[in-house]
Design a protein around this ligand. Structure first.
Ligand SMILES: NC(=O)c1ccc[n+]([C@@H]2O[C@H](COP(=O)([O-])OP(=O)(O)OC[C@H]3O[C@@H](n4cnc5c(N)ncnc54)[C@H](OP(=O)(O)O)[C@@H]3O)[C@@H](O)[C@H]2O)c1
Length: 294
């Protein structure tokens, strides 16, 4: 069978690429913006129809507009990618009878709650990125009866741009850094996320779990809770770097897009349904740092 991965050159997409060899019985077909623009509906339908001959059974959508601050300046473009593009894929997969696993974000939860969010907790997106991701989730669920929306948080990996790589770069250049301590969440090591998704596909393909169970919203991040400040401290401790980190408040580090003060995700549902074991964020951070030069 073939699994289509869109956004294949992005951070999470590259983790799937790295993992593809471990799943030798499955074929992976990776595409990115240079091959297919998901906002072009006709091209999306043509791609998915053309993959039928390769026994395409799944689509994992990692394509998105993810520049959270820049998104504030070009909302129409962001909506086109995160809503229209996601819906195009969901519609084309629905036409082919194929399940679509769609990635989304913890930023849709932005209220005063301070206990880990369940999938049916109220959403309250407060940025262009978060609003368009939420609208994309709903459009995907409406378009495809076999859609699984996986909301994740604070993604990092050896690929692309992310907080861990930024801290390593700045920590090597500067003797001290100020990092916000009043945004609380959980980091997600992208290879753990990719592995969890492939385990889920494996269980459904092996008929251990019914395909119908997929439908709906799910949460995935690593285990544990931290702040960006504590996350930065951990990076420098593990890497034995001398950079000192000082906690600051979000109000002293204004950004164009608002971030939620608390967006810890409760993963009880995905763990119970698919029997997943999720590593603690620090354990996965150590693994990632082992792959990254200082
Ligand atoms: N990164 C995080 O911290 C985080 C946190 C929570 C949730 N998520 C979600 O996880 C998913 C994957 O994130 P990521 O970090 O892997 O993102 P990423 O590195 O930005 O990758 C997204 C990919 O999508 C491509 N793309 C953009 N517009 C496209 C279009 N119109 N058609 C086809 N491809 C297009 C991008 O290409 P270009 O680079 O050429 O634009 C890029 O390769 C996204 O849904 C994101 O919302 C991410």
């Amino acid at each position: 069978m073939t699994i289509l991965v869109t956004g294949g050159k992005g951070q999470v997409g590259q983790c799937f690429q790295q993992m593809a060899d471990e799943y030798a019985l499955w074929r992976f077909h990776f595409v990115d913006l240079d091959e297919i623009d998901i906002t072009r509906r006709k091209s999306v339908f043509e791609l998915i129809r053309s993959l039928r001959s390769l026994d395409m059974k799944w689509c994992i959508n990692c394509a998105a507009y993810t520049a959270v601050d820049k998104a504030e300046t070009e909302p129409a473009k962001v909506r086109q990618i995160n809503v229209t593009g996601a819906k195009n894929l969901a519609d084309a997969c629905a036409e082919a009878g194929i399940p679509m696993i769609h990635l989304s974000t913890d930023y849709v939860y932005h209220n005063r709650q301070n206990t880990p969010f369940l999938e049916n907790d109220p959403v309250s997106p407060k940025s262009v990125y978060a609003r368009t991701k939420l609208a994309g989730d709903l459009a995907v669920l409406k378009a495809n009866p076999k859609a699984m929306v996986v909301r994740t948080s604070w993604v990092y990996s050896p690929f692309g741009n992310n907080f861990v790589k930024t801290m390593l770069r700045l920590g090597a250049e500067r003797p001290e850094l100020k990092v916000v301590f009043d945004q609380i969440g959980t980091p997600t090591y992208a290879p753990d996320l990719a592995s969890a998704i492939l385990q889920i596909i494996g269980k459904i393909e092996a008929k251990e779990i019914q395909e119908a169970a997929l439908r709906g919203i799910w949460h995935y991040s690593n285990e544990g809770v931290t702040s960006w400040y504590d996350f930065a401290k951990a990076i420098f401790e593990i890497k034995n770097m001398g950079c000192r980190v000082f906690p600051i408040e979000t109000k002293d580090f204004p950004t164009p897009a608002l971030r939620p003060p608390f967006s810890v995700l409760n993963k009880g549902k995905i763990k119970a349904c698919f029997g997943l074991e999720i590593p603690h964020w620090r354990e996965s951070l150590i693994k990632c740092l082992g792959e990254l030069p200082t």
